[in-house]
Design a protein around this ligand. Structure first.
Ligand SMILES: Nc1ncnc2c1ncn2[C@@H]1O[C@H](COP(=O)(O)OP(=O)(O)OP(=O)(O)O)[C@@H](O)[C@H]1O
Ligand SMILES: Nc1ccn([C@H]2C[C@H](O)[C@@H](COP(=O)(O)O)O2)c(=O)n1
Length: 670
């Protein structure tokens, strides 16, 4: 997961390949609670591991549920409808799919419980559910604002003889919560009556489907009246599989519709969710098809390719796909006319006011957007009108994920996604998964080059800059160091007479960089290549032209999405001459010798500062005077003498220079 302050998406072009998506959040949290309330143990396969499911799991542990991992399977030992504790305080984060059903179940069982969440959770209405539960005889008090969490739950005196009314036009989660809680009290038939037009009906279908799997056969009359039969009891189904998340699939369906194929005939294939999904958001497929996407599918898979281009404008009632419909708003930027998304009032009370968020962020990209209380109209953005923008994500995973699709814009402007880790709510590895399927416009994966002499601090600074930007890191010096080590181990003298043999070795160098370690074959050489002798040998080996040539492809291979920071001697001059930002980092020889001295002493290696200075000056001289790719600043490099700067100040300067070049929106950077 990207933990950076922001993630810059360079202009993207094409896509192709297969992706297996994480489990559905809606199914995962329902299954967890049902398994906890059931008699017996439930083995849950393919459960989503995300912020919202962790919130639910933590609550279940607090209630005394057994939770065990068995490989990729999670086993829940159910409570059989009997709580092991009747006093607890629960923190529900911003997980609506945990907050609402748990409130109902605890209220029906009764006890001394409080439930709270993040500030946004305390702005998300729950009054209609509380009203219904009070009607039933549950004891619930508001601990903050009337109608909103946090809540206190006390002992219940249930009255089951009359139909329980619940509003269905704000959130279908209230009805879901009652449907899941009432089997715990079904000593007689219990009737729920929906007041108002029920929204998001497909989510009720998921609830009914899963209740059936756990032994509860709810009788439904239209969408207005539901009966829990007397004697209903939760019983574990044993094993249960969670489908991949259909809402998450929407980003990859849109990807297939927007991107050109990575090679002729290539498609985007989604595994884990298919046309027979029980999730309502699978009907996003129909919306995407209406916009021109070519989609085929089977029971557990979908394949998408670009069809009509530009996409066709739509005017759609999105009540049945409230979450996935956000993706349509970004697809609309690529349509042949304005797209209107209707009946989406529920967006206003989600993780953020999603209608307001879409209006504000599409406008930053340059789009004209109109809104009403329950609708949104997005006008397409023609080529020439796109603006590079910093997308605020409002701690809303879906805002972050759907705006990643703006990176396919024809003007090839960079799209910045602020706080990318907000995707952890449902899809922690979303951006990594996306980067596994897409290709940037040719030459558009950014490379920041930091070249300079020995011990100028370029490696330290480059690694930190890469970390802050979420970019890959190339320590090119390590490749010469490993080559020299491999040559020495092979008994080759590091001199011109052995150039061909060393180059052959370098071409097939089994080097890997993993978790901060450098591996030569199976051998961890991280420390072995850091000695002064190894540095000097690397300098000698790097003067051999065929060895340099042999290592070019290996270095180019590091240029991958979302970007690269590369440090060395010829990054900006030879390996990445078209890099958009180059720094030549240096410091006085005295200063560099002192840094190297401290570095060695801190590792317990004895050193002499004047010898170190003489060595590094000799190494600089060799690196600067060799015939091929000598150390020198690129013509377009920014010079940074950091003799008087701390590491952090150096990092800040490099970041500031890069962000100035990026010139995205008005975001402050470091
Ligand atoms: N601006 C700085 N101020 C003080 N110390 C620094 C600074 N930059 C780096 N250092 C320290 O100097 C030492 C050498 O830095 P580093 O290894 O990053 O240099 P380098 O240029 O990559 O060297 P080499 O080319 O030999 O690999 C490290 O111990 C590092 O912590
Ligand atoms: N791009 C590069 C990187 C390194 N070298 C050579 C010259 C250096 O003295 C030696 C070791 O590099 P370090 O790990 O100290 O950065 O490798 C080069 O020629 N080109």
């Amino acid at each position: 997961m990207f933990q950076t302050e922001f993630l810059d998406l360079p202009a993207l072009a094409s896509a192709g390949g297969s992706v297996t998506l994480p489990g559905s959040k809606s199914i995962s949290n329902r299954v967890l609670l049902l398994a906890a309330l059931s008699a017996g143990s439930t083995r849950i396969h393919d459960l989503l591991d995300s912020d919202d499911t962790r919130v639910m799991l933590q609550a279940l542990r607090q209630l005394g549920c057994g939770v065990h991992e068995q490989g990729s399977v999670l086993v829940i030992d159910g409570l059989g409808g009997q709580l092991k504790t009747d006093t607890a305080q629960f923190f529900m984060g911003n997980a609506g799919t945990a907050m609402r059903p748990l409130t109902a179940a605890l209220a029906v069982l009764g006890g001394d419980f409080s439930l709270s969440g993040v500030p946004r959770m305390h702005e998300r209405p729950i009054g209609d559910l509380v009203d219904a539960l009070r009607e039933l005889g549950c004891s619930i008090d508001y601990l903050g604002n009337e109608g909103y969490p946090p809540l206190h739950i006390g002992r219940a005196q249930l009255r089951l003889d009359q139909a329980i009314p619940v509003r269905g036009d704000v959130s279908s989660q209230f009805l879901t919560a009652l449907l899941m809680a009432l089997p715990l009290a079904a000593t007689q038939d219990i009737v729920i009556e929906v007041v108002g037009e029920l929204i998001s009906k497909p989510y009720i279908d998921i609830t009914l489907n899963l209740l059936q799997r756990f032994g509860i056969a709810v009788r439904r009359e239209g969408w207005a009246r539901f009966t829990i039969p007397a004697g209903s009891r939760y019983q574990s189904p044993g094993d249960i599989h969670v489908e991949a998340d259909a809402s998450s699939a929407s980003y990859f369906i849109a990807l297939g519709a927007l991107a050109t194929p990575s090679e002729p005939g290539a498609k985007v294939r989604i595994q884990g969710v298919g046309l027979d999904s029980i999730q309502g958001d699978i009907r996003f497929v129909e919306a995407a098809q209406a916009m021109g996407a070519q989609i085929t599918g089977g029971p557990n898979w979908l394949e998408i390719a670009r069809g009509h281009w530009p996409l066709k404008a739509i005017d759609l009632d999105c009540n049945h796909i409230p979450d996935a419909a956000m993706t349509l708003a970004v697809m609309a930027l690529y349509a042949d006319g304005p797209c209107t998304l209707r009946n989406i009032a529920s967006w206003r009370v989600k993780e953020t006011d999603r209608i307001a968020a879409m209006v504000a962020e599409c406008a930053k990209l340059g789009a004209q957007v109109e809104e009403g209380p329950d609708w949104l109209r997005v006008h397409p953005l023609p080529a020439g009108a796109w603006r590079s923008a910093s997308i605020h994500t409002y701690d809303d995973h879906r805002v972050a994920m759907c705006f990643s699709l703006a990176a396919f814009n024809p003007d090839q402007v960079t799209v910045r996604i602020e706080d990318p880790k907000c995707v952890a709510k449902t899809f922690p590895d979303y951006f990594e998964t996306l980067f596994g399927l897409v290709q940037a416009q040719p030459g558009r994966v950014p490379v920041i080059c930091i070249d300079g002499p020995t011990a100028s601090g370029k490696g330290t600074v480059a690694a930190e800059v890469a970390k802050r930007l979420g970019y890959h890191f190339l320590d090119s010096g390590a490749m010469y160091r490993v080559t020299a080590l491999a040559a020495t181990r092979a008994g080759l003298a590091i001199e011109p007479s052995q150039e061909a043999a060393i180059a052959a070795l370098a071409r097939a160098l089994p080097v890997r960089f993993e978790d901060g370690k450098v591996l030569l074959g199976a051998d961890d050489v991280t420390e072995a290549i850091r000695t002064e002798e190894a540095g000097m040998n690397a300098s000698r080996v790097s003067a051999l032209p065929s060895v340099r040539l042999a290592l070019v492809d290996l270095q180019h291979g590091f240029q991958a999405l979302p970007g690269l920071v590369a440090d060395g001697r010829d990054m900006g001059t030879v390996i990445f001459p078209n890099a958009p930002y180059k720094v030549y980092m240096t410091a006085s020889a005295a200063c560099r010798a002192e840094r190297r001295y401290k570095q060695l002493i801190s590792k317990g290696i004895s050193a002499n500062i004047s010898e170190l200075r003489a060595d590094l000056e000799a190494r600089d001289a060799r690196d600067q005077s060799r015939a091929v790719a000598p150390l020198k600043p690129a013509a377009d490099a920014q010079w940074l003498d950091n003799s008087e700067l701390s590491i952090d100040q150096s990092v800040q300067q490099v970041l500031a220079g890069w962000l100035q070049r990026q010139a995205i929106g008005s975001h402050s950077a470091t």
